[in-house]
Ligand binder design. Structure first.
Ligand SMILES: [Zn+2]
Length: 292
Protein backbone atom coordinates (compact mmCIF):
# COMPACT_ATOMS: atom_id res chain seq x y z
CA UNK A 1 0.00 0.00 0.00
CA UNK A 2 1.35 3.45 -0.80
CA UNK A 3 2.37 5.21 2.39
CA UNK A 4 3.07 8.87 3.10
CA UNK A 5 6.19 9.17 0.87
CA UNK A 6 4.51 7.53 -2.12
CA UNK A 7 1.32 9.58 -1.74
CA UNK A 8 3.44 12.73 -1.40
CA UNK A 9 5.31 11.77 -4.59
CA UNK A 10 1.96 11.40 -6.40
CA UNK A 11 0.80 14.75 -5.00
CA UNK A 12 3.91 16.52 -6.28
CA UNK A 13 3.51 14.92 -9.70
CA UNK A 14 -0.13 16.00 -9.95
CA UNK A 15 0.70 19.53 -8.83
CA UNK A 16 3.50 19.82 -11.40
CA UNK A 17 1.82 18.25 -14.38
CA UNK A 18 -1.84 19.19 -14.13
CA UNK A 19 -1.75 22.80 -15.22
CA UNK A 20 -5.08 24.61 -15.34
CA UNK A 21 -6.91 21.31 -15.76
CA UNK A 22 -10.60 22.19 -15.96
CA UNK A 23 -12.83 19.13 -15.84
CA UNK A 24 -15.25 19.08 -18.78
CA UNK A 25 -16.24 15.42 -18.71
CA UNK A 26 -16.14 12.62 -16.16
CA UNK A 27 -16.58 8.94 -16.90
CA UNK A 28 -17.14 6.59 -13.96
CA UNK A 29 -16.14 3.09 -15.10
CA UNK A 30 -16.68 1.50 -11.71
CA UNK A 31 -19.41 2.90 -9.46
CA UNK A 32 -17.95 1.66 -6.17
CA UNK A 33 -14.86 3.87 -6.61
CA UNK A 34 -17.11 6.86 -5.91
CA UNK A 35 -17.63 6.79 -2.14
CA UNK A 36 -19.48 10.11 -1.94
CA UNK A 37 -21.97 11.37 -3.06
CA UNK A 38 -23.64 7.98 -3.22
CA UNK A 39 -25.33 8.94 -6.47
CA UNK A 40 -22.60 8.89 -9.13
CA UNK A 41 -24.52 11.39 -11.28
CA UNK A 42 -24.05 13.98 -8.53
CA UNK A 43 -20.33 13.22 -8.60
CA UNK A 44 -20.14 13.71 -12.36
CA UNK A 45 -22.28 16.86 -12.49
CA UNK A 46 -20.59 18.33 -9.41
CA UNK A 47 -17.16 18.11 -11.01
CA UNK A 48 -18.20 19.65 -14.32
CA UNK A 49 -16.39 22.98 -14.95
CA UNK A 50 -14.19 22.47 -11.91
CA UNK A 51 -10.61 23.62 -12.06
CA UNK A 52 -8.26 21.31 -10.18
CA UNK A 53 -6.54 24.19 -8.47
CA UNK A 54 -4.21 22.74 -5.87
CA UNK A 55 -3.29 19.35 -4.44
CA UNK A 56 -2.80 18.80 -0.72
CA UNK A 57 -2.05 15.65 1.23
CA UNK A 58 -3.20 14.56 4.67
CA UNK A 59 -1.87 11.18 5.81
CA UNK A 60 -2.46 8.92 2.82
CA UNK A 61 -5.31 11.07 1.45
CA UNK A 62 -4.89 13.29 -1.60
CA UNK A 63 -7.06 16.40 -1.47
CA UNK A 64 -7.68 18.50 -4.57
CA UNK A 65 -9.01 22.01 -4.04
CA UNK A 66 -11.54 22.82 -6.73
CA UNK A 67 -12.50 26.16 -8.26
CA UNK A 68 -15.61 26.86 -10.29
CA UNK A 69 -14.86 28.01 -13.84
CA UNK A 70 -18.17 27.95 -15.71
CA UNK A 71 -17.36 30.04 -18.80
CA UNK A 72 -15.19 29.11 -21.75
CA UNK A 73 -13.27 32.39 -21.89
CA UNK A 74 -12.56 32.76 -18.24
CA UNK A 75 -10.56 35.68 -16.98
CA UNK A 76 -7.12 34.77 -15.73
CA UNK A 77 -5.81 34.34 -13.12
CA UNK A 78 -8.05 31.39 -12.35
CA UNK A 79 -7.30 31.47 -8.62
CA UNK A 80 -9.80 34.30 -8.30
CA UNK A 81 -12.59 31.92 -9.29
CA UNK A 82 -14.94 30.83 -6.50
CA UNK A 83 -14.09 27.70 -4.49
CA UNK A 84 -15.99 24.61 -5.54
CA UNK A 85 -15.24 22.13 -2.77
CA UNK A 86 -12.76 19.25 -2.73
CA UNK A 87 -12.05 16.04 -4.57
CA UNK A 88 -10.54 13.62 -2.04
CA UNK A 89 -8.75 10.44 -3.12
CA UNK A 90 -7.42 7.43 -1.20
CA UNK A 91 -5.30 5.11 -3.34
CA UNK A 92 -5.49 2.18 -0.86
CA UNK A 93 -3.58 -0.85 -2.21
CA UNK A 94 -3.10 -0.35 -5.92
CA UNK A 95 -4.70 2.91 -7.07
CA UNK A 96 -2.74 5.31 -9.29
CA UNK A 97 -3.21 8.21 -11.68
CA UNK A 98 -1.97 8.50 -15.20
CA UNK A 99 -1.95 11.58 -17.42
CA UNK A 100 -2.88 10.73 -20.98
CA UNK A 101 -2.96 13.10 -23.95
CA UNK A 102 -3.14 10.71 -26.87
CA UNK A 103 -6.55 9.06 -26.28
CA UNK A 104 -5.14 5.62 -25.42
CA UNK A 105 -8.08 3.25 -24.84
CA UNK A 106 -8.64 2.53 -21.14
CA UNK A 107 -7.39 -0.74 -19.67
CA UNK A 108 -9.87 -2.98 -17.83
CA UNK A 109 -8.67 -1.66 -14.47
CA UNK A 110 -9.58 1.94 -15.32
CA UNK A 111 -12.04 3.20 -12.69
CA UNK A 112 -12.56 6.91 -13.36
CA UNK A 113 -11.62 9.20 -16.26
CA UNK A 114 -11.46 13.00 -16.11
CA UNK A 115 -11.19 15.00 -19.34
CA UNK A 116 -10.45 18.67 -20.05
CA UNK A 117 -11.69 20.58 -23.12
CA UNK A 118 -8.71 19.46 -25.22
CA UNK A 119 -9.47 15.84 -24.35
CA UNK A 120 -6.43 15.51 -22.11
CA UNK A 121 -7.23 12.79 -19.64
CA UNK A 122 -6.44 12.25 -15.99
CA UNK A 123 -7.07 8.53 -15.61
CA UNK A 124 -7.50 6.66 -12.33
CA UNK A 125 -6.51 3.01 -12.52
CA UNK A 126 -6.86 0.52 -9.66
CA UNK A 127 -6.29 -3.22 -10.09
CA UNK A 128 -7.64 -4.31 -6.71
CA UNK A 129 -10.28 -1.58 -6.59
CA UNK A 130 -10.05 -0.64 -2.92
CA UNK A 131 -9.29 3.00 -3.77
CA UNK A 132 -12.00 5.59 -3.21
CA UNK A 133 -12.97 9.14 -4.19
CA UNK A 134 -15.19 11.67 -2.50
CA UNK A 135 -16.55 14.89 -3.96
CA UNK A 136 -17.14 17.26 -1.06
CA UNK A 137 -19.19 20.22 -2.21
CA UNK A 138 -18.43 23.75 -1.07
CA UNK A 139 -19.75 24.30 2.44
CA UNK A 140 -19.50 20.64 3.49
CA UNK A 141 -16.70 19.40 5.73
CA UNK A 142 -14.36 16.68 4.35
CA UNK A 143 -13.39 15.75 7.93
CA UNK A 144 -17.00 15.07 8.85
CA UNK A 145 -17.95 13.13 5.74
CA UNK A 146 -14.76 11.06 5.52
CA UNK A 147 -14.37 9.36 8.89
CA UNK A 148 -10.82 8.15 8.29
CA UNK A 149 -9.73 11.65 7.36
CA UNK A 150 -11.40 13.31 10.33
CA UNK A 151 -9.84 10.93 12.84
CA UNK A 152 -6.25 11.17 11.58
CA UNK A 153 -3.50 11.86 14.08
CA UNK A 154 -0.88 14.58 13.46
CA UNK A 155 1.31 14.64 10.36
CA UNK A 156 4.81 13.32 11.13
CA UNK A 157 6.36 16.59 9.89
CA UNK A 158 4.10 18.81 11.97
CA UNK A 159 4.93 20.50 15.27
CA UNK A 160 2.20 18.51 16.99
CA UNK A 161 4.14 15.33 16.39
CA UNK A 162 6.78 15.63 19.11
CA UNK A 163 8.23 13.62 21.97
CA UNK A 164 5.75 14.98 24.47
CA UNK A 165 2.87 13.89 22.26
CA UNK A 166 4.39 10.44 21.76
CA UNK A 167 4.92 10.06 25.49
CA UNK A 168 1.28 10.87 26.08
CA UNK A 169 -0.13 8.47 23.47
CA UNK A 170 2.00 5.49 24.54
CA UNK A 171 1.38 5.84 28.26
CA UNK A 172 -0.54 2.85 29.62
CA UNK A 173 -0.63 1.29 26.16
CA UNK A 174 0.24 -2.39 26.24
CA UNK A 175 0.11 -2.76 22.46
CA UNK A 176 3.40 -3.19 20.59
CA UNK A 177 5.12 -0.02 19.38
CA UNK A 178 4.75 -1.32 15.82
CA UNK A 179 0.95 -1.46 16.20
CA UNK A 180 1.00 2.07 17.65
CA UNK A 181 2.90 3.41 14.63
CA UNK A 182 0.46 1.77 12.22
CA UNK A 183 -2.52 3.39 13.96
CA UNK A 184 -3.55 6.29 11.72
CA UNK A 185 -5.36 8.03 14.58
CA UNK A 186 -2.03 8.29 16.43
CA UNK A 187 0.19 9.40 13.56
CA UNK A 188 -0.88 9.90 9.93
CA UNK A 189 0.69 8.24 6.92
CA UNK A 190 2.94 5.49 8.33
CA UNK A 191 2.35 1.96 7.05
CA UNK A 192 4.20 -1.33 7.23
CA UNK A 193 7.37 -0.35 5.36
CA UNK A 194 8.10 2.88 7.20
CA UNK A 195 7.12 1.52 10.62
CA UNK A 196 9.73 -1.25 10.22
CA UNK A 197 12.37 1.08 8.81
CA UNK A 198 11.86 3.77 11.48
CA UNK A 199 12.04 1.25 14.33
CA UNK A 200 15.26 -0.22 12.92
CA UNK A 201 16.75 3.24 12.57
CA UNK A 202 15.80 4.04 16.19
CA UNK A 203 17.15 0.70 17.49
CA UNK A 204 13.79 -0.22 19.04
CA UNK A 205 12.29 -3.69 18.79
CA UNK A 206 8.88 -3.65 17.04
CA UNK A 207 7.59 -6.05 19.75
CA UNK A 208 8.27 -3.68 22.63
CA UNK A 209 5.22 -2.88 24.68
CA UNK A 210 4.60 0.79 23.84
CA UNK A 211 4.44 2.02 27.45
CA UNK A 212 7.94 0.66 28.24
CA UNK A 213 9.65 2.96 25.76
CA UNK A 214 11.74 5.61 27.48
CA UNK A 215 11.96 9.29 26.73
CA UNK A 216 15.40 9.17 25.11
CA UNK A 217 14.18 6.34 22.87
CA UNK A 218 11.09 8.35 21.91
CA UNK A 219 13.31 11.27 20.88
CA UNK A 220 15.27 8.88 18.66
CA UNK A 221 12.08 7.32 17.28
CA UNK A 222 10.53 10.64 16.37
CA UNK A 223 13.74 11.72 14.60
CA UNK A 224 13.99 8.38 12.80
CA UNK A 225 10.42 8.59 11.51
CA UNK A 226 10.98 12.08 10.11
CA UNK A 227 14.37 11.18 8.57
CA UNK A 228 13.21 7.92 7.00
CA UNK A 229 10.07 9.52 5.51
CA UNK A 230 11.95 12.56 4.15
CA UNK A 231 14.64 10.37 2.62
CA UNK A 232 12.01 8.26 0.91
CA UNK A 233 10.13 11.27 -0.45
CA UNK A 234 13.46 12.42 -1.90
CA UNK A 235 13.88 9.16 -3.77
CA UNK A 236 10.29 9.06 -5.04
CA UNK A 237 9.02 6.36 -2.70
CA UNK A 238 10.03 2.74 -2.53
CA UNK A 239 9.66 0.15 -5.24
CA UNK A 240 8.29 -2.27 -2.63
CA UNK A 241 4.81 -0.82 -2.41
CA UNK A 242 2.19 -1.26 -5.12
CA UNK A 243 2.76 2.26 -6.22
CA UNK A 244 2.96 4.02 -9.58
CA UNK A 245 3.82 7.64 -10.23
CA UNK A 246 2.09 9.62 -12.99
CA UNK A 247 4.23 7.98 -15.66
CA UNK A 248 3.19 4.57 -14.38
CA UNK A 249 6.68 3.92 -12.96
CA UNK A 250 7.20 2.05 -9.71
CA UNK A 251 9.31 4.56 -7.72
CA UNK A 252 11.94 6.77 -9.37
CA UNK A 253 14.99 5.21 -7.79
CA UNK A 254 13.33 3.39 -4.95
CA UNK A 255 14.45 3.73 -1.38
CA UNK A 256 16.94 1.10 -0.29
CA UNK A 257 15.43 -0.48 2.78
CA UNK A 258 17.43 -1.73 5.78
CA UNK A 259 15.02 -4.37 7.06
CA UNK A 260 11.80 -4.36 5.03
CA UNK A 261 11.74 -7.44 2.76
CA UNK A 262 15.32 -8.26 3.73
CA UNK A 263 14.46 -11.41 5.71
CA UNK A 264 17.51 -13.68 5.99
CA UNK A 265 19.86 -11.00 4.67
CA UNK A 266 22.67 -9.43 6.68
CA UNK A 267 21.98 -6.37 8.79
CA UNK A 268 23.90 -3.37 7.42
CA UNK A 269 25.04 -2.44 10.93
CA UNK A 270 25.95 -5.72 12.65
CA UNK A 271 25.89 -8.47 10.04
CA UNK A 272 23.29 -10.47 11.97
CA UNK A 273 20.44 -11.86 9.87
CA UNK A 274 17.21 -9.88 9.50
CA UNK A 275 14.17 -11.72 10.83
CA UNK A 276 10.48 -11.62 10.03
CA UNK A 277 7.41 -12.29 12.14
CA UNK A 278 3.80 -11.16 12.13
CA UNK A 279 2.49 -8.47 14.46
CA UNK A 280 -1.28 -7.93 14.34
CA UNK A 281 -1.35 -9.65 10.97
CA UNK A 282 1.39 -7.54 9.42
CA UNK A 283 4.79 -8.90 8.36
CA UNK A 284 7.38 -7.29 10.56
CA UNK A 285 11.09 -7.16 9.71
CA UNK A 286 13.78 -6.41 12.27
CA UNK A 287 17.32 -7.08 13.45
CA UNK A 288 17.16 -8.84 16.85
CA UNK A 289 20.69 -7.68 17.69
CA UNK A 290 20.37 -3.96 16.84
CA UNK A 291 16.78 -3.52 18.04
CA UNK A 292 16.05 -3.89 21.74
ZN1 LIG B 1 21.83 -5.48 13.25
Amino acid sequence: MPELPEVETVRRGLEQKLNNFIIKKVEVCRDSTVAFPTNKKEFIIGLHNSLIYKWDRRGKYLIAQLKEVPKENTQFPLENSPNNGFLVVHLRMTGYFKLINNSTPPCKHTRIRFFDKNNNELRYIDVRSFGQMWLIKQGLSPNKIIKGLGSLGPEPFSRDFNTKYLKKVISKRTKSIKAILLDQTIVAGIGNIYADESLYSAGISPFREAQTIKKNELIKLKESIVTVLKKSIGSGGTTFSDFRDLEGENGNFGLQTNVYRRTGKECHKCGNLIERQKITGRSTHWCPKCQK
